[in-house]
Design a protein around this ligand. Structure first.
Ligand SMILES: *Cc1c(COP(=O)(O)O)cnc(C)c1O
Length: 473
């Protein structure tokens, strides 16, 4: 501040706190938070004042700013977003949406004590996995099952329980890395087992496995390649073909399915994926899969298979560190129960519901939303209904796309297309419920396959259009 600059004529904190907006702020967020926010807003005015900029020191404006700041800070960090990326099971957006039955089960379990590890029949201690063990046996045909934190944990627990200090044989074509730094060789090392690689990246034969088995071998492992495919001169040995070899040589066969489906997807018009039941009947001793990929449940890792091996996993001390809490077990149990009625599954399980919505219906929805998107985007963009190609996501059927529909937004000025689309993506993320699309081929594509709530998208678009209208005034 220069000597000849007059002091900033700020109202006192108490005067601002008496204004309507500040009173509302105190009611909603507490007096302490409101006071701190008012003080912070007053402090913020000093910089511009010193720089000679005009500042509005009215108590109402400062109070309104204090309330707005508290509201902004109150938005949950893990916000709801609208997934229009075209990837239904998007790991960064939280994967599967839970069925209403699962949501209700979680809410009920949150609110009261539950028989988590308690046998109501005889009053003795029970086991938490009992809530899903019977269902998993019934649905997969396996002898027994355990549930842990996620499939990475399922693989870790399996390898550590069966092969600590010993060897695990894996094809070089299956030493995958999947999102979030899950690398099969690293997991093997953490599990304390020695990785024995067989075959080459593109070709592995039954004889390669047979030759690798020695006195230290504990298991053979098959890994679903999930997010990539090698095409061309390729040879892999199926789990079914490996099973007799594993049995004959007295080693276990583990099949990591990754996504893991419990139903024949072709019955729902989707591309077939090998089911957990098939993996079990093909002769794997243990099969591992995720709870929140195609299964459509909460984050979980499931291991099903031979009872004596499952028992070794359940007894491992690591299991204690990897176990599920009562909320996710409640969600998992409720989700698995839906599979008892395959006829209604697509109507009740959001993952399957979203994946099976016909492209025609999505394009009709896109036509309804077109004008709202155009108003939200503003005059620099052209919006049209387009064909889209969705993906399941999370490593399931990576090359299979599902015909879809959505809106394609292009820049009016093709010379600035890149910058304009990045700017538009940022604007859509500013919506009350952030809208997440995908930029491809000089367009921002809003693929409607993942849309679970049209009214919410409409409202978010309307709020953006409103901001444009205000800015234009
Ligand atoms: C996704 C996946 C995993 C990891 O599962 P999370 O549930 O994400 O921990 C492991 N193996 C394969 C083959 C996968 O596709």
């Amino acid at each position: 501040m220069t000597d000849d600059q007059p002091a900033l004529p700020l109202p006192s904190v108490d005067r601002v706190l008496a204004a309507d907006a500040a009173r509302l702020a105190a009611e909603r967020f507490g007096r302490r938070a409101a006071t701190l926010s008012v003080r912070a807003r007053l402090d913020e005015l000093r910089g511009p004042w010193r720089a000679g900029a005009p500042v509005d020191v009215s108590t109402d404006r400062i109070a309104a700013a204090a309330l707005a700041a508290l509201e902004a800070a109150d938005v949950p960090s893990q916000r709801r977003v609208i997934n229009l990326t075209g990837t239904v099971l998007h790991t960064n957006l939280g994967r599967a949406l839970l069925a209403e039955e699962a949501v209700a089960a979680v809410v009920a379990a949150m609110r009261s004590p539950t028989a988590l590890e308690f046998n109501v029949g005889d009053g003795r201690r029970g086991e938490r996995d009992d809530h899903v063990r019977g269902l998993l046996r019934e649905l997969t045909g396996a002898e027994d099952a355990v549930a842990v934190n996620n499939n990475a944990a399922a693989v870790l627990l399996t390898l550590n329980s069966l092969a600590e200090g010993r060897e695990a044989v894996v094809s070089r074509g299956e030493l995958i890395e999947i999102g979030g730094a899950f690398r099969m060789p690293a997991i093997m090392a953490r599990a304390g087992c020695r990785l024995v690689e067989v075959g080459t990246t593109n070709r592995t034969h039954l004889a390669d496995y047979a030759e690798a088995i020695g006195p230290d071998t504990a298991l053979l492992m098959k890994v679903h390649p999930s997010n990539y495919r090698i095409e061309g001169f390729v040879k892999e040995v199926s789990a079914k073909a490996l099973a007799p070899l594993a049995r004959e040589r007295g080693v276990a066969l583990v099949d990591d399915l990754g996504s893991g489906v419990l139903v024949d997807l072709s019955a729902y018009g989707l591309q077939r994926e090998r089911t957990v039941q098939e993996a079990v009947s093909d002769g794997a001793d243990l099969v591992t899969f995720s709870g929140d990929k195609l299964l459509g449940g909460p984050q979980a890792g499931l291991v099903v298979g031979r009872a004596e091996l499952v028992k070794r996993l359940a007894k491992n001390h690591l299991k204690r560190a990897l176990r599920l809490d009562k909320l996710r077990l409640a969600a998992l149990e409720a989700t698995l129960k839906l599979y008892r009625d395959p006829d209604r599954l697509a109507a009740r399980l959001p993952t399957l519901m979203l994946l099976t919505r016909p492209a025609q219906a999505l394009k009709a929805q896109a036509a309804r939303l077109r004008d709202a998107v155009a108003r939200a985007a503003g005059p620099d963009y052209v919006v049209e209904v387009v064909d889209a190609a969705s993906q399941i996501g999370s490593g399931a059927l990576p090359l299979a796309t599902i015909p879809s529909g959505g809106l394609g937004v292009a820049a009016v000025d093709p010379k600035r297309s890149g910058a304009a689309l990045t700017a538009l993506a940022a604007i859509l993320r500013q919506a009350p419920t952030p809208i997440i699309g995908r930029i491809a081929d000089d367009r921002l594509v809003l693929d409607l396959r993942g849309l679970d709530d049209e009214a919410e998208l409409d409202a978010s678009l309307a709020a953006l259009a409103q901001t444009h209208a205000e800015a234009a005034e």
